[in-house]
Design a protein around this ligand. Structure first.
Ligand SMILES: Cc1cc2nc3c(=O)[nH]c(=O)nc-3n(C[C@H](O)[C@H](O)[C@H](O)COP(=O)(O)OP(=O)(O)OC[C@H]3O[C@@H](n4cnc5c(N)ncnc54)[C@H](O)[C@@H]3O)c2cc1C
Length: 861
């Protein structure tokens, strides 16, 4: 074993081998994979080997599609077969709600380049004759599904990596990780210590233990998982003979089962409600190629439904039941990327579908390590998406919930109950007493809406407008006409201070930094000129800035800030960054009476001239020391008031008492989001994501290309000069009883006009952003963007996708935001649009001016 490597990958399961292959392919050959035992000594060897492309997150779905396409490439390079069976598969709906869910998934597929098709139960049965089709109302066919040999596939990655120069060391456990002052890692193994610049945790079942070696508790948990294999079945053999085809894969949501042909019998696996974690605290090092004891009782309810839906299977004898553990993160998606707070320590773990996702994970991570950026919008699997609140026990509760709901519908207004309440503000009990329906906002309980007194504060989950509709309408109207108050503790808050803070922020942000006492809004770009943040920044004093942003992006942004901190001379501290998390909480008051209300609580003049729109000031509110921003996300006259948690009850009570005479109401997060819609304000992670440029995102006025050389300036200048390809626009939709949720296709009657190729970008690598004219991204199978190809219906064509929307209660319109080709957005003669809501195409028209207060005079009043 050599004593130094550029990168060491710990773990020889399918994920570690894929990461090794992709690193080697990207040109890093001084790399080594260290495996404790033989390859596939964790979950990988006993997997059912199924793969598919569908995922709730379209960006993860795209990386899954890449994984499937990659198998031919590694087979060719390695000479090792993956035993690929590309059979296709169906998802069966047993209720109209499930059919709505499939319609949504199918609609998304329209711009993701997926060839899914909605079919009848009888059509599904023709491809899988063991089913009793009378149990179903419909199905969705996906041709890119199948199964493979897990061990062969892992070895194919490994052999291909070796051919490219990577080294693999077997039967050698990594026992300790330490880091030198210069950042070099000491990877201490049973066979000696290796020095490395980068370490990648691909430890699968032992990923937590490897995380603990560097002081990190990764939010993942192994669950027991069972599938059974039947004896050979004559029906299967007969079908194969008569059609010349293999039976397809079937996913049955009601039974929580998946099934497919395996040799000349059937494989049937379950995601049972009575699920069971495996080794919840520590994974034993001596666990290896062994299986767990099957527990048929736990899966009996699923089997009962399964046998009813697929009667043929019940008659066949069960040859074997496999029970093995594999790991999940809280939301079922992987944990990938650099761990915030550490240098060159990378994760690729909690990959629950290694044979669907392993390739995409390897590609994104190798891009990140080699080029400093994943090249794709990988937020859905970024290790930074969970906070400190995701402790071992929290994770345990959430993973069990996620596993048991794997085949359940998640409705757009559905809040999941496990591990809640976790974090609460001092107002939590007050909000409950006010009949608030609470939601989980990055681990924090946040009021969503207030149910009428005397009714149960509970959402009726639905794809359609639901029981919150009337109450949100009242909250919005009272705020817009008088004044409302809401909790905003769930924003991210930072303080950046020190003599170098202004230069630091100027280098990171696209806008100029404000003068003392003023506020600016500013996007942040990566080196490729893509949007990676959207901030409100106030200059609190010389060398002191307060920053607010999206709560969920806190670790993601901290990681970026830390990466770009100036390297101080020893003993100096040019820039300090403090993340407040819940040590700073907030309240927002908005509406035409909000100034009169606030004036009653402060001892300074806050008249229009004395405290202008976009001013920041530290002042006592109701006797409590606070920071006040004259700005609100409602787009109305209003204020954000920030205080230490110890003062929050005092300030809230003062606002409530003083507000009585003005008709003050409480409003929740849903009313806030409804109000931002009628101002055409974008949201982070919906409209603004790393797949879009700032001009595409219509953030033009916050990008000051003429100021200093901020990160991403050159590509942004290019985007402006060449003209953005896409443009964010707002629509008024003629909706019925359901509004858009995000990810719906946008159709346009383009007739003979050509607005250029419409593509939903996934990887900015595919868009060929390069440095010094040199291509730094790209892989033949991962060309990233999915062209909205061939989806034509007469003169109509799919031209874009919705990012978010909903009902705007004050203007009483259903609104949507989304992206269409910039040329189409600019063409005033462009006629009709339609947006597909739950399978029905609803008329829509572009809405250039915000429907509420288009001139901004109320906001500036
Ligand atoms: C019953 C069952 C059915 C499944 N069916 C499917 C399916 O149909 N489709 C699908 O895509 N997925 C399926 N999976 C999940 C799939 O197996 C996992 O997604 C995948 O194996 C994860 O691979 P990995 O490389 O991350 O982890 P692992 O396979 O667990 O590999 C981790 C490796 O790291 C090594 N290691 C750990 N710590 C150290 C250390 N300190 N030093 C050196 N080496 C170390 C281990 O020995 C191990 O070999 C199934 C899993 C089970 C249990």
């Amino acid at each position: 074993m050599k004593s130094h490597a550029k990168a060491i990958v710990i773990g020889g399961g399918v994920v570690g081998c894929s990461v090794l292959y992709h690193l080697a392919k990207a040109g890093w050959t001084d790399i080594m994979l260290i495996e404790r035992s033989e390859l596939t000594s964790g979950s990988s060897w006993h997997a059912a080997g199924g793969f598919h492309t569908l995922n709730g997150d379209p960006n993860v779905a795209k990386l899954q599609a890449y994984t499937v396409q990659l198998y031919r490439e590694i087979e060719q390079l390695s000479g090792q077969s993956c035993s690929l069976h590309l059979t296709g598969g169906v998802m069966m709906a047993d209720t109209p709600e499930r059919m709505d869910f499939l319609r949504l998934a199918h609609a998304k597929g329209r711009y993701l380049g997926m060839d899914t098709e909605l079919i009848t139960p009888s059509e599904a049965k023709a491809m899988f004759p063991l089913m009793d089709e009378t149990n179903f109302v419909g199905a969705m066919w996906d041709p890119v599904e199948g199964h493979l040999d897990p061990s062969g596939t892992t070895h194919a990655y490994a052999k291909a990596a070796r051919k490219l120069g990577a080294e693999i060391v077997l039967r050698n456990r990594v026992v300790e990780l330490t880091q030198e002052v210069d950042g070099t890692w000491n990877v201490v193994t049973e066979q000696g210590t290796v020095k490395a610049e980068h370490v990648v945790n691909c430890g699968g079942l032992w990923a937590r233990e490897i995380g603990r070696m560097v002081g990190v508790e990764l939010p993942l948990l192994a669950m027991e998982h069972m599938y059974l294999l039947t004896e050979p079945m004559p029906e299967v053999e007969e079908f194969n003979k008569s059609t010349g085809r293999e039976m397809i894969g079937v996913m049955d949501f009601k039974g929580e089962i998946y099934t497919r042909q395996e040799r000349n019998g059937i494989l049937l696996g379950t995601y049972e409600k009575a699920c069971k974690p495996w080794s919840p605290v520590n994974t034993p090092w001596d666990f290896g190629h062994e299986l767990l004891q099957p527990d048929i009782d736990r899966i009996a309810p699923s089997l009962e439904i399964g046998f009813k839906h697929f009667p043929g299977i019940e008659e066949a004898g069960i040859k074997q039941i496999i029970n093995g553990p594999f790991t999940f993160a809280l939301d079922g998606n992987p944990l990938v990327g650099p761990v915030q707070g550490l240098t060159n320590f990378w994760c690729a773990c909690a990959v629950m579908a290694g044979f669907s996702q392993g390739g995409g994970v390897g590609l994104a991570l190798s891009n990140w390590m080699v080029h400093g950026d994943p090249g794709f919008d990988v937020w859905g699997m970024d290790v930074a998406r969970f906070g400190e609140w995701a402790t071992l026990r929290y994770t345990n509760a959430k993973v069990r919930e996620n596993y048991s709901r794997r085949f359940s519908i998640r409705f757009p207004n559905e809040e999941l109950p496990a591990a809640r309440p976790a974090q609460t503000t001092p107002l939590y009990d007050t909000m409950l007493a006010n009949n608030a329906v609470m939601g989980d906002s990055w681990g924090l309980e946040t009021p969503l809406w207030f149910a009428p007194k005397g009714t149960e504060p509970k959402d009726i989950v639905s794809f359609h407008r639901s029981n919150d509709f009337g109450s949100i309408g009242e909250e919005v109207r009272a705020t817009r006409e008088k004044v409302g108050v809401t909790e905003i503790a769930n924003f991210a808050k930072y303080e950046v201070s020190g003599p170098g803070s202004e230069d630091f922020l100027n280098r990171l942000m696209t806008n100029r930094m404000p003068k003392t006492g003023r506020i600016v809004l500013t996007p942040m770009l990566n080196e490729f000129g893509r949007l990676i943040g959207d901030f409100t920044i106030a200059k609190a004093g010389e060398g002191r800035f307060m920053i607010w942003s999206s709560s969920a992006a806190q670790k993601y942004h901290m990681r970026w800030f830390e990466k770009h901190l100036p390297k101080d001379a020893p003993g100096t501290s040019q820039v300090r960054i403090h993340r407040f998390d819940q040590t700073l909480v907030g309240l927002s008051i908005a509406g035409p009476k909000s100034r009169d209300l606030l004036q009653k609580l402060v001892d300074v003049d806050i008249s229009t001239k004395a405290f202008r729109f976009m001013d920041f000031r530290e002042m006592a509110v109701g006797g409590a020391p606070c920071m006040v921003n004259r700005i609100t996300y409602t787009g109305d006259l209003g204020y954000e008031i920030w205080m230490a948690p110890a003062y929050q009850r005092l300030v809230y009570k003062a606002i409530k008492d003083a507000g009585e005479e003005f008709g003050l109401v409480d409003f929740g997060m849903r009313a806030l989001l409804s109000m931002r819609l009628e101002k055409n304000f974008p949201t982070w992670f919906r409209e603004l994501r790393p797949i879009y440029g700032p001009f595409e995102g219509a953030m033009d006025r916050f990008v000051k290309l003429e100021k200093n050389d901020f990160i991403g300036r050159e590509p942004a200048a290019r985007e402006q000069a060449e003209g953005p390809k896409l443009r964010r626009v707002s629509f008024i939709v003629d909706a019925a009883d359901a509004d858009v949720m995000g990810d719906e296709p946008i159709w346009a009657k383009v007739g003979g006009k050509d607005y250029g190729t419409v593509e939903k970008p996934h990887g900015y690598g595919a868009a060929r952003f390069d440095t010094d004219g040199k291509e730094v991204r790209g892989s033949s199978a991962a060309e990233g963007a999915s062209a909205v190809r061939g989806i034509v219906d007469g003169d109509w064509r799919v031209v874009g996708w919705v990012t978010s929307g909903g009902y705007a209660h004050y203007v009483q319109k259903s609104l949507a935001q989304g992206y269409v080709p910039a040329a189409l957005a600019a063409d005033e003669s462009a006629g009709l649009f339609e947006i597909e809501i739950l399978g029905s195409r609803r008329p829509a028209r572009i809405n250039v001016e915000p429907p509420f207060d288009p001139s901004g005079e109320k906001m500036r009043a």
